[in-house]
Design a protein around this ligand. Structure first.
Ligand SMILES: *Cc1c(COP(=O)(O)O)cnc(C)c1O
Length: 391
């Protein structure tokens, strides 16, 4: 059996007519920049997420950069974020000349730990300064909804209010997820998402979006994504070229209905099956399955398990020989990456992030993964640990 980690071809075959129609329409009207599909998509996303404003942008990374600029984060400021994720949040902070403050994650959800944010704020030491972060320079928290499960926003927002910090929700992996019956992307001052092809809702290249209920912020972000222009050649502030392409907006419009009405449920169904079939391995202490908070409804960007007793790489080799690909999200905590070594953190700075990066691995996951494939994958994982099950 040949299985892919994330098979996008199947989705295209299923939605081919609709996607082709949307692409054709853009080719014919030829408004490749700022075409009508952009606004249509933004409106649909507002309805879906339940926010007042949605702004299509060029990628999830650019969404984070624009969000930070729009909130006034600048060189010399500090922003709290997680060391266990894709590098984009810390990178966006760094590129603006601001300084990331990493705070360790929770062992069970892998999301930033609000208790550890509180601990940091009580004694805000940063190795970069070899001293205390002046709290007036501390501007924001970027929390990530890792693997499609929202961070704990009630606690995070509480802390943010107390210290007058803005909160950016990095929902790049979480579009379609819910936290206490509210949609990911709508949970803080500004929400950012990505339409990278392998994300829950992906386009055919790069793309992203920003969500907010704040009118002024939305206006500023719209301006910033297009060279700071309010109108043509009226540049209010230095901006970027960070627009979403019309073609990508067309692709997203073609996919959105199916995403909302079917794929979110399919993702959940596949995740439940994995949880069910792999349960014996958790019971016998071989692996740890994803932990979902009772108030969360994740969208399962990844199905990631923790493999105990340093057997992860061995399991991955075994699966690979059986035709089952896997991935590691993420093999190295960000504070140990060269790009962030200038911050002065070291091994041991964030024990949870470090431990989890040595245990975590992701199994094939996408809404059109077939039941036979899923069973095959689970049989292989079980058989690696010497467990035989009939299903
Ligand atoms: C993918 C991802 C991003 C970046 O999105 P791009 O569209 O690839 O720039 C940012 N944050 C997280 C958590 C991601 O997973």
């Amino acid at each position: 059996m040949k299985i892919e980690l994330c098979d996008l071809k199947r989705q295209y075959q299923l939605l081919k007519d609709k996607i082709d129609t949307y692409i054709q329409r853009v080719l014919e009207h030829a408004r490749f920049i700022d075409g009508p599909e952009i606004e249509e998509l933004e409106e649909r996303l507002c309805q879906f997420i339940g926010v007042r404003y949605s702004i299509g942008v060029s990628s999830g990374t650019d969404a984070l950069i624009l969000a930070l600029i729009s909130l006034g984060v600048k060189s010399g400021d500090f922003v709290i974020t997680t060391p266990f994720t894709f590098p984009a949040p810390a990178e966006a902070v760094s590129l603006l000349g601001a300084i990331p403050i990493f705070v360790d994650i929770r062992e069970d959800t892998f999301n930033i730990d609000p208790e550890k944010i509180k601990e940091f704020l009580k004694s805000p030491f940063h190795p970069y300064l070899k001293g205390k972060v002046p709290l007036r320079k501390l501007k924001a928290i970027i929390s990530v909804d890792l693997f499609g499960q929202c961070a704990d926003y009630d606690s995070i927002s509480d802390i943010a209010r107390r210290y007058s910090l803005s909160v950016i929700e990095d929902a790049a992996q979480a579009l379609g997820a819910e936290y206490k019956e509210r949609k990911a992307g709508s949970l803080t001052d500004v929400g950012c998402t990505s339409f990278f092809p392998a994300k829950p809702l992906g386009c055919f290249g790069d793309g992203g979006a920003i969500f907010t209920n704040d009118r002024e912020l939305a206006k500023k972000i719209r301006c910033l994504r297009n060279h700071g222009q309010a109108k043509k050649y009226k540049h209010l502030l230095p901006g970027l070229n960070a627009r979403l392409d019309t073609l990508q907006a067309g692709v997203l419009l073609a996919k959105l209905d199916t995403f909302i009405s079917q794929e979110i449920a399919l993702r959940e169904k596949i995740a439940r099956r994995y949880l069910e079939l792999l349960a014996p391995l958790q019971e016998s202490g071989k692996i740890i399955l994803p932990h979902i908070e009772s108030f969360n409804r994740p969208v399962w960007a990844q199905f990631s398990i923790k493999v105990l007793k340093a057997r992860r790489d061995e399991l991955r080799d075994y699966l690979s020989r059986k035709g089952v690909p896997s991935a590691i999200h993420y093999p190295k905590a960000l504070h140990l990456q060269k790009a962030f070594s200038y911050l002065g953190y070291r091994r041991g700075s964030f024990p949870q992030a470090e431990k989890i990066s040595s245990q975590i691995m992701s199994l094939p996951f996408y809404p059109y993964l077939k039941e036979e494939e899923l069973k095959y994958i689970c049989r292989q994982v079980l058989s690696f640990f010497g467990v035989r099950k009939k299903f």
